[in-house]
Design a protein around this ligand. Structure first.
Ligand code: MCN
Length: 800
């Protein structure tokens, strides 16, 4: 039997291939967790606390058990001996307060929505209905909603006896400093100080959280809408005591996560415990309001930031003091989020000194945790906003001030004041391109005209010359930051006898298009057609080793593992091909999937022919294996530092406070691009989320700790109609830390865009004396800021 040689594949990396997963995803052939059916499957509903803080005096589930269709009902106390405590993998300091976090509350509830009891019934409706029959006696305690009030001496404790000091809600203090901060500030001509509020955000993935767990003898199979099947399996084992090898976790199709599914949730742990106790498969799927209340939230920081500079604009130093709202408990990486951002406050700027401190604070609200960017959008916001304020204070164009301070392209690799080594970058080229596309000078001229004519529609220009740190991460650096796990990624590449290729990857796409991008990489590397590559992931039995998808790590870490595994396959194939062609390995050339002997007219041998010969194993070289399989685990040497220049022009109606983004230009540099279409999509989605923080979204709690924005009608997730057209472009400065030369893109748009948009709104209102605005910049807030500034101006005898 012989295989016909396939035609050489064209260059795939860099080509805008349509995503191979989409035909299935958009024609209803998906496999969402909530669609999964199991014989005899039961449905779970949770009774959740209506109080932000209360003691649980008694829970009576007996009446619920009598309801039609109900199989069982349990309180937290019923699982007290076996439910353990939900894990936190990032104890940022040795003395960090780490209170117990039972999946179902036993003695006390600490946020509205915390689970106190559950019903298991034959269908989801019977389970939900029976919740009303559960009787819980709560003894309300004071809610602790405001972070600063929570730190006051007389504040009620969220966790009595925990925290750093009796009655204290201080969870930890994480300091960092480099250089002589005092002298940088003492000797400065200008110091600008601002307080920025990063409002609390609610991740709103299209697919709600959902979990199914089935007992299989003494083992369990769990399907979950998770970003992290590998981490989930490990943590389930550590939390429940079920041995790791007895747990299989499958993330089927997952409809977005944005960090919110980088979690080990109460519902997942309880699904396993319920399946174990009842010996039946169980399913739970959240409602949207349940999701808003009890899927972890993002951001929620108060940032006190000061920047010191010389009169000519040279930045000398930066001080950042953060309060970070942990919410009621430490979840998987809750305390690590602000720490991840800590090293990014200096942004792209050179300076002599930097001091940072973060205080983690407990409140009686849903815990915060990773949300697209996780710490880095907050840092970028602070530095990009305050640099523009510094320019205003000095009377310099904000772009000129940036140019004077940023790391020049010839200075890379550059170790920043925060101790990170940025491998490569070219801020000049990205900025020049962005300014051209934007028409910076023309827009400034128009802005002047509108200001001079007193036009009620004022124009503002916002700038974000951002960088970010992604591609998480070198394991040893994560260790030095007290994270409990590593940052490597695994891949295996199997060439099947017919020359088709299976790629098993430990990263776990939930919308990012890995199947397409990985196929492009493999097609180029092994010279096989793109269509001949199948990418397998998201099942701990199929891809047993992995660190999953978050921190824009999949391409630069997981993609590199794929490259390395391909190279190992190629090495094996080369050896076998040389044997088949009776040539020396060193004389073989490989191109377009075919081996030829250099300097001869001998017919080529294709990869497919080599694959079949490896399988047949009739005539292998001495010591060779009968397979073309290889495995690789890649642990990066450094993070990845994408960068870019984002420019926003916003029109602000000074009579109504309405903000309209007139143009938005994003020039991103993510190094080598594997798939420009995917990168474009990632930037678009990221921009939508960053703009949402600037203009629309905010989780609001009342004084009693109730989430008042608990539906899509109250919490304003923007639609396509609320967003402008984006002008996107790229520069390409390859990374030097991975063989692809790629940098991550998954969070870039979100990280970059928020300060550009808010900066534009503030810039429009500078003539009115407005110097800052709380996010989101709603019409009401903008109008109020103008009114306040006008009356302050009037009382000082001036008017814009
Ligand atoms: N890519 C590329 N060239 C580059 C960089 C990336 O072609 N230079 C491609 C990659 O091959 C991959 C995609 O872009 O197909 C994203 O790659 P990467 O930047 O490595 O990010 P991850 O795959 O690790 O995804 C995580 C990232 C994060 S942290 C959040 S949050 C986020 C995001 O991805 N959540 C998302 N994008 C999302 N997109 C969707 N649809 N849904 C989410 O929940």
């Amino acid at each position: 039997m012989t295989m016909a040689p396939q035609s050489p594949a064209p260059d795939q990396v860099g080509s805008p291939r349509l995503r191979k997963e989409d035909a299935r995803l958009i024609t209803g052939q998906t496999n969402w967790t909530d669609n999964i059916q199991q014989t005899g499957m039961l449905h779970v509903a949770f009774l959740r606390s209506p109080h932000a803080h209360a003691r649980i005096a008694a829970v009576d589930t007996s009446a619920a058990k009598q309801q039609p269709g109900v199989v069982a009902a349990f309180s937290g106390a019923d699982f007290a001996g076996e439910q353990g405590s939900l894990p936190c993998a990032w104890p940022v300091t040795e003395d960090m307060a780490l209170p117990e976090h039972p999946p179902m509350a036993v003695d006390e509830v600490r946020y509205v929505g915390e689970a106190v009891a559950c019903v298991v019934a034959r269908d989801a409706y019977a389970a939900a209905d029976a919740l009303e029959a559960i009787d819980v006696e709560f003894e309300p305690l004071p809610a602790v909603v405001d972070m600063e009030a929570a730190l006051a001496e007389d504040s009620d404790p969220v966790h009595a006896g925990s925290g750093q000091g009796q009655g204290s809600n201080k969870a930890f203090v994480w300091p960092f400093s480099a250089g002589d901060v005092d002298s940088a500030f003492d000797g400065a001509d200008v110091v600008v100080t601002r307080r920025y509020h990063q409002q609390r955000l609610i991740p709103a993935a299209m697919e709600p959280r959902s979990v199914v767990c089935r007992p299989d003898g003494d083992a369990f199979t769990m399907w979950s809408a998770t970003q992290v099947p590998h981490i989930l399996r490990l943590m389930l084992a550590m939390t429940t005591g079920v041995p790791e090898h007895k747990i299989r976790v499958i993330a089927p199709d997952v409809g977005g996560g944005f960090g919110s599914k980088l979690q080990v949730t109460a519902e997942e742990v309880l699904a396993l415990l319920l399946a174990r106790r009842l010996r039946k498969p169980v399913k739970w799927t959240e409602t949207r309001t349940e999701g808003f209340q009890t899927t972890h939230h993002g951001r929620d920081q108060i940032q006190d930031v000061s920047i010191a500079a010389d009169a000519d604009g040279r930045i000398r130093g930066l001080k950042v003091d953060l309060l970070a709202d942990m919410g009621a408990y430490m979840m998987l990486v809750t305390p690590g989020v602000p720490v991840l951002g800590a090293l990014m406050f200096p942004g792209i700027y050179k300076m002599d000194a930097y001091a940072f401190s973060c205080t983690g604070v407990f409140t009686t609200k849903m815990p915060t945790d990773a949300y697209r960017g996780a710490g880095r959008p907050e840092a970028t916001y602070a530095i990009e906003r305050i640099v523009s304020e510094l320019a205003d204070e000095i009377g310099m164009d904000p772009m000129e001030l940036r140019r004077r301070n940023w790391i020049r392209h010839e200075e890379f690799p550059y170790t920043t004041i925060a101790g990170l080594t940025y491998d490569s970058g070219d801020y000049e080229s990205a900025t020049d391109k962005a300014m051209r596309l934007f028409g910076y000078d023309e827009l400034r001229a128009e802005q002047r005209r509108r200001r001079e004519s007193g036009d009620p529609l004022q124009l503002g220009i916002g700038i974000s010359t951002f960088t970010e740190m992604c591609g998480l991460a070198p394991s040893r650096v994560l260790g030095s930051l007290s994270y409990s796990a590593g940052g490597w990624e695994n891949a295996s590449v199997r060439m099947l006898p017919t020359g088709k290729v299976e790629v098993v990857t430990g990263s776990c796409a939930h919308g990012q298009g890995h199947a397409t991008a990985w196929s492009q990489i493999v097609a180029d590397r092994l010279g096989v057609p793109f269509e001949d590559v199948e990418v397998l992931h998201g099942d701990t039995r199929v891809s047993p080793k992995g660190m999953d998808t978050y921190g824009s790590r999949s391409l630069v870490v997981g993609g590199t593992a794929v490259v390395e595994a391909c190279d190992r396959v190629l090495e094996k194939a080369r050896r076998l091909a040389a044997h088949m062609m009776e040539a020396d390995e060193n004389d073989l050339e490989f191109s377009g999937g075919r081996f030829t002997v250099r300097g001869t007219e001998r017919p080529a041998t294709s990869m497919q022919e080599v694959a079949l010969a490896a399988f047949a194993a009739h005539d292998l070289p001495e010591g060779a294996e009968a397979s073309l399989d290889a495995d690789s685990t890649f642990d990066p040497e450094n993070f990845s530092f994408p960068h870019g220049t984002h420019l926003c022009a916003a029109e602000v109606d000074t009579e109504t406070g309405a903000v309209c983004i007139r143009s938005y230009v994003a020039v991103d540099d993510v190094g080598t691009v594997v798939n420009p279409l995917i990168v474009e999509g990632q930037v678009h989605g990221g921009l939508a989320q960053g703009i949402a923080q600037a203009l629309y979204e905010e989780a609001v709690h009342d004084a009693d700790g109730n989430l008042v924005t608990s539906t899509m009608a109250d919490y304003l997730v923007p639609t396509a109609a609320d967003l402008p057209d984006f002008t996107t472009d790229r520069t390409v400065t390859p990374s030097t830390t991975n063989p692809l030369g790629a940098k991550g893109v998954g969070e870039a748009g979100t990280i970059a865009s928020t300060p550009a948009v808010v900066g534009a709104v503030v810039d429009a209102l500078r003539p009115y004396g407005v110097r800052d605005l709380r996010m989101p910049c709603t019409p009401q807030r903008v109008w109020r800021a103008i009114a306040d500034a006008r009356s302050a101006g009037a009382s000082e005898g001036g008017q814009p």
